[in-house]
Ligand binder design. Structure first.
Ligand code: FE2
Length: 322
């Protein structure tokens, strides 16, 4: 079944196309203003949507007549952004008389890893701007074993980057600064049970900017944040007795986060898996893969059920395809 997937939860408007065997195309166009203004990001998505659809069809060597299912990110995410994706999905489905499937964005990050990398039953560490969560399948649902109580690591990183004068997107520059830091400054290690928070350590890091090198402050902040999530991930793996780790989200590109995860997995005799960056970050291909997977499991969605769900949690969804 050739499926077109639409991603629009936050910065990125993405269209991906897949069939049962592979991803055929995956095109993204991201809003790049300072921080994220939901309405301006939504305006961006509306402006680029038809070109991104066109490019994804071209890259796949297909026409719209070849598409058999439309899938879209129904939540969680920013309302104005989600609504552009949902409207695009409804317009395509209605005009071509195609079935439509709204899917959970966080679950899509997991399922694309299972689809591409053959991972069976991982604990997933999902680290991005808006989300930082530890997810694993248990009792018929993807349960949240640990999560941020305030902002995602990506948002923490972006705010810190602005404070030291870097421009968005800043991921690579932060990775470089971090790798050159040598002195560890005192940063609060804010983990409570399996949950964690990042605003306190961000405030502390910003206080350290005066009187210390950017490298040392960046190193101290990021090393602390990554240590916290890797510690909680290890506990989730021990508790669930799962022996695969899947890294997902834009921050999975960080070499130091990968290194920490690899060390932890090696010590446990577990395997670690990271999808290529263009399917690790927010993208349409993962939405196509999950829509196709759910449709194949027998799930169907009426047009009246396609309203966006800004606060949709992974553990609210019965997983029928596993
Ligand atoms: Fe995401």
């Amino acid at each position: 079944m050739i499926t077109l997937g639409i991603e629009s939860t936050a910065h990125t408007f993405g269209i991906g196309i897949c069939d049962k065997r592979s991803i055929l195309s995956n095109v993204t166009d991201s809003y790049s203003g300072e921080g994220i203004h939901p309405r301006l990001a939504a305006d961006h998505h509306a402006r680029v949507s038809s070109n991104v659809v066109k490019k994804a069809l071209e890259d796949a060597g297909l026409s719209i007549d070849d598409i058999e299912l439309i899938s879209f990110s129904q939540g969680p995410g920013l309302g104005p952004c989600l609504r552009i994706g949902a409207t695009t999905a409804r317009a395509l489905a209605l005009s071509r008389d195609l079935p439509i499937m709204g899917v959970n964005h966080c679950i899509a990050h997991i399922e694309v890893g299972r689809f591409l990398l053959g991972v069976r039953d991982p604990v997933t560490l999902y680290v991005s701007g808006g989300n930082t969560q530890i997810l694993a399948f248990a009792g018929g649902r993807y349960r949240v074993f640990g999560e941020t109580l305030d902002i995602g690591i990506g948002n923490m990183q972006d705010t810190f980057a602005r404070a030291i004068g870097l421009e968005f997107p800043c991921g690579r520059q932060i990775d470089q600064l971090m790798s050159r830091g040598t002195k560890y400054l005192d940063i609060p290690y804010t983990i409570k049970g399996m949950d964690f928070s990042f605003t306190g350590m961000l405030t502390e890091a910003i206080k350290h900017i005066h009187g210390n090198s950017k490298e040392d402050v960046t190193f101290s902040l990021m090393e602390t944040a990554f240590s916290i999530v890797v510690e909680a991930t290890e506990r989730a793996m021990a508790h669930t007795q799962k022996d695969e780790l899947l890294l997902a989200g834009g921050n999975a590109a960080s070499p130091r986060l990968r290194e920490m995860c690899r060390l932890m997995c090696d010590e446990r005799g577990a395997s670690m898996h990271v999808p290529p960056f263009d399917v690790c970050r927010d993208n349409g291909a993962m939405i196509a893969v999950l829509g196709m997977t759910e449709y194949d499991s027998g799930k169907r969605m009426e047009m009246g059920e396609t309203k966006v769900r800004q606060k949709w949690r992974t553990d609210e969804e019965d997983v029928k395809w596993r």
